[in-house]
Design a protein around this ligand. Structure first.
Ligand code: SF4
Length: 410
């Protein structure tokens, strides 16, 4: 089956073709949202505000114009993100690549610095999994690795979901787009941990209570306590599986699992189908902003030079078709020779090459990024698309429909 994917080029000559004010809302309109909305519906726009030092995240005005369009249709927009993996810096005492998104309090400060506020959006901004990432809905699925997914709980409050994703590279998933925004972006804080590591969660009950000192302070549900023998105990009924205690324990007193890159991708896809099953396939509209396409995800502080020229905005009701179309257009592009792809010695020459096979990737054994300067191909991007199609998220086959904007005399 072929899904429809609408494409608006990034080439723009006048304000009548504005990427933010005109093409973004029109990309949403193509999906039939005007017929599907009811007056006073609550529409959540899920995007990513970027890690603190990231500079290639989606510019706020793209999302503001989506909010204005939704208001114009008589519905109510809310802009959303979800809490990131880990504990806030006030507990860890360390600033890292991924810092600044552990709680609503932390993340809203980053959002403010990046231009995302209630004033600039003309709409409230929320964390979909609540202020501390523990607002969760457990969705049963028949996944390859999981039979239950920790969906971000506040999704229950909304009638429709607009997934406004930045299409770019990713060191483990091969690329990040609509599928990843579902499987990582729309699950709870703990759901993100589980995608990356699986569901292992073990406390060393022989460890001294001093190893759990910060865990006892950070636990948002008071699920941890010290028993009469001075050992840690966890109340499983109170625990919301946010894994913040693991982020701050000493001497590895709490063990979580390790997943291979392939397992991470499969677990992310399991999460994604859980989100779609929970919210309803017919209620989700997907927009990919294929601009500022770096090899890094927006959740990192790195923002290297773009791999390709900007492509444009694409939209679909099928996240797999949408991501596949973005990948295909990127692979048809000329690479930017000043980007990391230009550093690779043995990069295949010419067009129509699978450029995403050559981007830097995370080495789980050394826990370092391999810049892949030797040019060895790796197809994480394709595994993501294959697994997503196999589980029923959508179809890789698609019809690309380019939408041109008519210029009017002024
Ligand atoms: S015990 Fe449970 S709720 Fe408390 S911090 Fe650990 S994972 Fe979160």
């Amino acid at each position: 089956m072929k899904s429809k994917v609408y494409f608006f080029t990034a080439r723009t000559h006048t304000h009548q073709e504005s990427m933010s004010k005109v093409k973004g809302p029109l990309a949403l309109k193509q999906l039939g949202i005007e017929e599907k909305l009811k007056a006073n519906d609550k529409i959540v726009i899920k995007t990513h505000f970027g890690a603190l030092e990231n500079t290639r995240y989606i510019r706020p005005s793209y999302i503001r114009f989506l909010c204005d369009y939704i208001k114009h249709l008589g519905a109510t927009p809310i802009v959303a993100e979800s809490c990131g993996w880990g504990a806030p810096e006030e507990f860890t005492g360390a600033h890292t690549e991924y810092s600044g998104r552990a709680t609503e309090k932390e993340y809203l400060e980053v959002a403010l610095m990046h231009g995302y506020t209630e004033e600039t959006m003309g709409a409230p901004i929320i964390m979909l999994d609540g202020p501390k990432g523990i607002d969760v809905e457990r969705q049963k699925i028949q996944g390859k690795k999981f039979n239950e997914v920790a969906v971000a709980g506040r999704l229950r409050e909304f009638d429709k979901l607009v997934l406004a994703s930045h299409f770019k590279g990713h060191i483990s998933a091969g690329f990040g787009g609509a599928i990843k925004n579902l499987g990582i972006g729309c699950v709870s804080k703990g759901g993100k941990v589980e995608a990356h590591t699986g569901k292992t969660f073990k406390f060393n009950t022989e460890a001294p209570i001093s190893d759990y000192e910060v865990c006892l302070k950070i636990c948002p549900t008071h699920a941890l306590s010290e028993d009469k023998n001075g050992k840690i105990i966890r109340d499983e009924k109170k625990c919301r599986l946010c894994y913040m205690c693991q982020s701050v324990c000493k001497n590895n007193a709490i063990e979580i699992g390790e997943s291979t890159t392939e397992e991470f991708i499969i677990q992310m896809i399991d999460n994604a189908i859980g989100v779609v099953d929970f919210f309803g396939r017919e209620n989700i509209f997907y927009l990919n902003y294929a601009i500022d396409i770096t090899w890094q995800c927006d959740c990192t502080g790195g923002s290297d030079i773009n791999l390709f020229p900007d492509i444009g905005i694409l939209s679909s009701l099928d996240p797999v078709a949408l991501d596949q179309a973005c990948i295909d257009l990127a692979h048809l592009s000329k690479i930017n020779p000043y980007s990391v792809l230009g550093d690779i010695k043995n990069l295949p020459k010419g067009n129509n090459t699978d450029w995403f096979s050559y981007i830097p990737r995370y080495n789980r054994e050394t826990k370092k990024i391999n810049m892949n300067l030797e040019g060895i191909a790796s197809k994480q991007w394709e595994l993501q698309l294959e697994a997503a199609e196999e589980i029923g998220l959508g179809y890789r086959d698609y019809e690309l429909i380019e939408v041109k904007i008519e210029q009017k005399d002024e």
